[in-house]
Design a binder for this molecule. Structure first.
Ligand SMILES: C[S@@+](CC[C@H](N)C(=O)[O-])C[C@H]1O[C@@H](n2cnc3c(N)ncnc32)[C@H](O)[C@@H]1O
Length: 243
């Protein structure tokens, strides 16, 4: 049964259609959860909720398993926009982690092949992929540093989000088509250097290393939100110019 978001005055809940639900604000019978999107429903004590179609972020925030640090929106968005992936693109990534980047990429790319070394992380990600119903994702248990990517991978983009991505760099290049991108997601700058030092010998042109800044603002009164995370990671992009 599909998920619905119940947006109330105070609280928002993620629930499934076809189930009777008990909320802090009262009970909603199963047929009320079958209401079309945008419609208001009332609990047995008269509290109103609007039925809204949840997006990927609603699912991640309220329903899906998060075992690892997930990539931030700003970084995932930049990777997608900067490398120009689209419905005709095949993308590979390691590690899968909780699958947030996997599922973000699955929304825009034709096919996503994701590799993860830890069985428990892979299982959790598999559940997340099934919950979302992303049928263009394949998940595989694999240590890409030792075993590399899959032989037939010939990707437009390969993303490495793991400790010491430089150790998987040559394998990532093997999985990339000429002209395709390899993106290394590095929380610390030493890893950036370690990656870039290996670019040339692997046929990669260093396109750029960037840190994407995001500052959230409180509107009334106008001032920056104190909780804004100042740093997530550096994104180092290489483009395969030589095979
Ligand atoms: C920070 S998480 C990735 C988060 C993910 N990008 C997301 O947005 O949900 C890093 C993952 O890389 C996996 N990993 C580490 N070394 C690996 C390797 N050699 N091959 C495949 N996966 C690896 C870890 O087990 C972990 O699940």
């Amino acid at each position: 049964m599909e998920h619905v978001l119940l947006v109330g005055e105070e609280n928002t809940y993620l629930r499934r259609r076809g189930e009777r639900v008990e909320l802090q604000e009262g009970v909603l019978d199963a047929e009320k959860l079958d209401a079309p999107y945008g419609e208001k429903v009332e609990t047995h004590i008269g509290e109103e909720f609007t039925v809204v179609k949840p997006d990927l972020n609603d699912l991640f925030e309220r329903g899906l398993e998060q075992r690892t640090q997930t990539i931030s929106h700003k970084d995932a968005g930049y990777i997608v926009a900067r490398t120009g992936v689209g419905k005709d693109s095949t993308v590979a990534e390691a590690g899968t982690g909780s699958g947030f980047l996997t599922l973000t990429l699955a929304r825009v790319a034709g096919e996503v092949r994701s590799y993860e070394v830890r069985e428990d992380h892979l299982e959790a990600a598999r559940e997340n992929v099934e919950e979302v119903g992303a049928d263009n994702v394949t998940l595989e248990l694999r240590d890409v540093k030792q075993e590399g990517f899959n032989e037939e991978d010939d990707c437009d983009l390969v993303v490495l989000d793991m400790m010491h991505p430089e150790e998987a760099l040559s394998h990532a290049v093997d999985a990339t088509r000429p002209g395709g991108y390899v993106v290394c997601y590095c929380p610390v700058f030493e890893q950036v250097r370690d990656c870039v030092e290996m670019f040339d010998e692997n046929g990669l042109r260093h396109v750029e290393t960037v840190e994407i800044s995001r500052r959230e603002w409180r509107v009334f009164p106008a001032r920056p939100e104190p909780q804004t995370v100042p740093h997530t990671a550096f994104l180092t992009l290489g483009r395969l110019v030589r095979v």
